[in-house]
Every structure is written in structure tokens, then in C-alpha cells.
Design a protein around this ligand. Structure first.
Ligand SMILES: [Zn+2]
Length: 60
């Protein structure tokens, strides 16, 4: 059973291009990079930026 979300650009959901995988184009790839650099994404575990997140409480 094919996965409809596979081979889709994570930014615009168009089919990916092999040259720019997993994105559909260089534009989306660059935009994704800018999102990372500009903190556009929230990572689940930021590296020691939050004083409340220093391993005082072990995750369950
Ligand atoms: Zn795209």
C-alpha cells in the first residue's frame, strides 16, 4: 500500500525532485535551511538553552 505522504516536499507537499530530495525544488530546500537558521523550527530538545531543561528530572 503506497504511502501518500512519501516523496512529497515537506514545505509545499509537491512531489520531490531527486536533485533536491526531500524537497521539490532548490527554493524549498533553501527555505528549509533558512527556517533552521532563523529558528523557524522548534526542536523537541534544545541544546542547553533552557535552564529548566538541564536533566534535573529524568524523562519517564
Ligand atoms: Zn516544495
Amino acid at each position: 500500500m503506497p504511502n501518500p505522504t512519501a516523496d512529497r516536499c515537506p514545505l509545499c507537499a509537491r512531489p520531490t525532485a531527486p536533485d533536491h530530495a526531500p524537497f521539490c525544488s532548490r527554493g524549498c530546500r533553501d527555505r528549509d535551511l533558512l527556517n533552521w537558521l532563523g529558528d523557524g523550527y522548534r526542536l523537541p530538545g534544545p541544546p542547553a538553552e533552557n535552564p529548566l531543561d538541564r536533566g534535573e528530572e529524568p524523562p519517564l
